[in-house]
Design a protein around this ligand. Structure first.
Ligand code: IPE
Ligand code: IPE
Ligand code: MG
Length: 242
């Protein structure tokens, strides 16, 4: 067995290219989204078996509401089904599930499904799986700043007490470490408002593979690329020679 020291603890994925994948096959975009949801289910088990402890996926951004209503409705339907079917699978796989993003804009039944999934899986001790729904990093930072400002105006803290750690603790990701590796599929090389604060020292990996085709072999390639990186965090640290 290979040593597991170079396995990233937290992998975040911008799952992109569902629409292009479907279009290339002459199929409707929404079919691509369905296949994309299946790929998420599969990669979760693969990630767990590789020893990854935290997996975070970007499923719906605060900007994705700008898509045609029919596509938004289809995406919400897929998310609804995904959340509901996840309880049983997560219990079987010992996965703890949680959702980040602004929930009040989601329909009441989706909010209920999120709460049920989070509550049911809260005690699971295996991989922590975080799904970003109606998530935008700028929105998340605004909400954090509002909370901290409130504490200042209540007199609970003063402005000088504000630290990086305090900001991190007010983000939706307060209970998980920053990502070690961020993967984006289908050729785009941008963050699209995902985890801006949290990715300060994250290693980025891009692939031309569209999300529905992203499988175990592709995740292994990303993890291997990560293993070859020299993370320096602003210092001069170099990895020991093999
Ligand atoms: C990613 O696939 C899924 C979501 C953003 C919801 P896209 O729907 O962005 O697929 P492309 O980029 O149009 O191919
Ligand atoms: C980012 O993908 C959002 C999600 C994967 C949910 P997009 O496809 O929406 O991003 P842009 O529009 O290409 O930047
Ligand atoms: Mg896209």
């Amino acid at each position: 067995m290979e040593e597991n020291t170079k396995i990233p603890q937290h992998v975040a994925i911008i799952l992109d290219g569902n629409g292009r994948w479907a279009k290339a096959k002459g199929l409707p975009r929404n079919y691509g989204h369905k296949q994309g949801a299946k790929a998420v289910e599969d990669i979760l088990v693969v990630a767990r078996d590789m020893g990854i402890k935290y997996l975070t996926v970007y499923a719906f951004s605060t900007e994705n509401w700008n898509r045609p209503e029919t596509e938004v409705t289809a995406l919400m339907m897929i998310l609804r089904q995904y959340l509901k079917s996840s309880i049983k699978k997560s219990m079987k796989n010992n996965v703890r599930c949680q959702v980040i993003g602004e929930r009040s804009k989601l329909s009441a039944d989706i909010q209920d499904a999120i709460n049920e999934l989070e509550t049911a899986t809260a005690g699971n001790t295996g991989l922590t799986f975080t799904i970003a729904i109606n998530y935008g990093s700028r929105d998340e930072i605004v909400r954090a700043v509002r909370e901290i400002s409130q504490e200042c105006s209540n007199g609970k803290i003063s402005a000088a007490d504000i630290t990086e750690q305090m900001i991190s603790e007010h983000l939706d990701t307060s209970n998980i470490p920053d990502p070690d590796l961020l993967i984006r599929t289908c050729g785009e090389q941008r963050l699209s408002n995902f985890l801006l604060w949290q990715c300060a020292y994250t290693e980025f990996y891009y692939t031309d593979i569209a999300w529905p085709d992203f499988d175990e072999a592709e995740l292994q390639k990303a993890v291997d690329a990560y293993a070859g990186r020299n993370r320096k965090f602003g210092g001069l640290k170099t990895e020991p020679e093999e």
